[in-house]
Design a protein around this ligand. Structure first.
Ligand code: CUA
Length: 379
């Protein structure tokens, strides 16, 4: 049974991604270091108490054992000294742990000295990351949906809220999980000492695509972070060459008309430097620089990303009928089918495969300059 347990345990653990540790956390983050420091005391005290109690039990059982004794043991009432010890010692332990906890809570509270602020908004079923104008670094920038960019070696203030139901922000490498609650804005701090791409997940059951509400945290050293933020702030979407597939895609995206029905991309999505200013869907300003689609359902992790046949097919399917490939997606279908949006049966438009590919070509052309590609150098 022990062997079976060990085998099952190792099977479960082998499913864990190496970049998300739930046991010891990522020591590059001061949040995780603080929690580990506190946990070690609690674990050490538990082990000492367990050993002490077990030893006392074994000693007593062995020392006072008598074979074939049917007489009642000696009867006596209470032991005041022992009872005082049994009350005082646990009280001291609990008080000690409380002090540690309060100290850690104070240390992990925002100090309002951060120069980077990120407003994080959870929606069914994606994440929006924007730097408010008040953020000293990156003020005014909105990142690609589901891709959060942060600098290393400094505190980043995250303001967390939700646009619909309760979601949970959880990227274990940079800190613990927090609830994103509608109408409530909570500020907390995260940080990491290491450049890297970290996995984030929604940690509160929030609907049909709760499991498809992932995001990436891209941590960049200060120089690269500055380059990306400067480029993102100055970004103006390129104007497609007339007659190109991109130009056809642009027209569909902006004018909201197709050969057979309405398309309304620009009503829900924003593209910086164009008339498209919708905010109910993810920001698509530099879609071509993205490497994730459908809130992390698909990842294209190579330099060519969207040009790969697999990624191109995924994007095509996404534009064609997003709610078919992602349950609960609020994007209308463009294959002539219907989906339920905000409780109403909604018929999207009908786009031909060619029209869908034109829109995909337009989206892929929206790219940050090469030096500002925040994915560059990641595995
Ligand atoms: Cu959002 Cu679960």
């Amino acid at each position: 049974r022990l062997l079976a347990g060990a085998a099952l345990g190792s099977l479960l653990l082998s499913g864990c991604q190496s970049n998300q540790s739930l046991t010891l956390g990522d020591m590059a983050s001061s949040y995780n270091r603080e929690i580990l420091g506190m946990s070690i005391w609690a674990i050490a005290l538990s082990v000492i108490i367990f050993i002490g109690v077990s030893a006392a039990l074994f000693y007593t059982v062995n020392k006072f054992r008598e074979e074939n004794n049917t007489e009642a043991p000696a009867q006596f009432h209470g032991n005041n000294r022992l009872e005082v010890i049994l009350v005082v010692v646990p009280v001291i332990i609990v008080m000690f742990l409380s002090v540690l906890t309060v100290r850690s809570m104070a240390r992990l509270n925002p100090t309002s000295k951060e120069s980077v602020a990120i407003e994080t908004l959870g929606r069914q079923f994606w994440w929006n990351f924007a730097y408010p104008a008040s953020s000293v670094q990156g003020g005014g920038v909105v990142t690609n949906g589901n891709e959060m960019i942060m600098p290393t070696r400094q505190k980043v203030a995250i303001t967390l809220t939700s646009g619909d139901v309760i979601h949970g922000f959880w990227a274990p490498n940079i800190g613990g999980q927090r609830a994103a609650i509608p109408t409530v804005k909570k500020v907390w701090e995260v940080d990491t000492d290491r450049e890297g791409v970290y996995q984030g997940n929604c940690s509160q059951l929030c609907g049909a695509s709760h499991a498809n509400m992932r995001y990436k945290v891209v941590a960049l050293d200060q120089d690269r972070f500055n380059t990306v933020m400067t480029a993102a702030k100055a970004y103006v979407a390129p104007t497609p060459t007339p007659g190109s597939p991109e130009a056809a895609g642009y027209a569909l995206f902006m004018q909201g008309k197709s050969s057979t029905g309405a398309v309304a991309c620009a009503a829900c999505h924003r593209v910086q430097g164009t008339p498209a200013g919708g905010v109910s869907g993810p920001d698509l300003s530099f879609f071509g620089t993205r490497r994730t689609l459908g809130a992390g359902m698909w990842e294209a992790m190579t330099a060519q990303h969207w040009e790969e046949p697999k990624a191109a097919a995924e994007l095509h399917a996404w534009l064609k009928h997003s709610p078919v490939v992602k349950p609960g997606s609020l994007m209308p279908r463009y294959d002539g089918g219907t989906s339920v949006i905000a409780g109403k049966v909604t018929k999207g438009g009908t786009l031909t495969d060619e029209e869908i590919d034109d829109i995909a070509a337009y989206l892929r052309s929206l790219k940050l300059p090469e030096e500002a590609d925040y994915w560059r150098g990641t595995p």
